[in-house]
Design a protein. Sequence first.
Length: 295
Amino acid sequence: MTSKNSILRLVINLDSSLDRLEWMKDAFEDLGLDFVRVPASSPETFGDIDDCVLMPNGLGVEWTAGEIGCFLSHRQCWKRAAVAEEDFTAIFEDDLHFAPGAKKLLRTAEWIPGGIELLRFETTLQKVMLSTTAKKVDEFNIHELRSKHWGTGGYLISRSGAIKLISRSHEIRWPVDIFMFDPVRVKNDLTSWQINPAICIQDSVLFSEAARFSPTIVRPGKVARRLEKPRGKAKFQSEISRPFRRFAEKLGRIVRRESQHVVPLKNQQNLASDKRRQTSLCPPHRKIAPCSQKD
């Protein structure tokens, strides 16, 4: 019988990605936890989209097969979370590194503060806007996420949160990470939260070009678009107004009680001692500057 305080753990994995599945099996074995594999959606299984409609991409670019498959895969996980015996479900993609100490947050739901429906476990090492106030859980801070934070590598969702995401995704208009974790573009009453420090990170984020696993999604919309630089009078006006814009942005953050940070990975330096990562395939870890937060 499932304990009410337990967490359902799901891992999304393509049938063809056996190496990734073995990687996650080893990772969870190290944590002393189990998980349920969810077959990832692929072009061959896109027929399962019968209860939702794919709309034009909100980024203004063509949908890629990877983006569609990623969204449908996570949606299948939300459906499981919505009917699970457990009140909370942790959902992971199959290329993660877990920080030492992740087990305490993945084993039981007893620590989860009230009002949490969607909580990011991962970091992508990008600057994000967080609320200056936080819910305190042991050595972790849980901040409201006030800006986009790419990626859906690892997160926690409640039963009620899963039901909301399912109902709002009958028409798919955005890539799944924007749909879930970009409160500026996608406004709704489902607040997304960020744990700090993070307890997991995707391989391609941690190691960049030297990653063990290549990203399965290449998004045209994430490619920086070159804008024509202002010249002459326009450039002069832009340079003059820059400090005033920065002051206004800073004042706005103070009023909204938010600040910009790079969310670090918890005990990142200790990953180097993990016997599974001491191989020629695994280069030295990127250094991540510590992030001070206000409680």
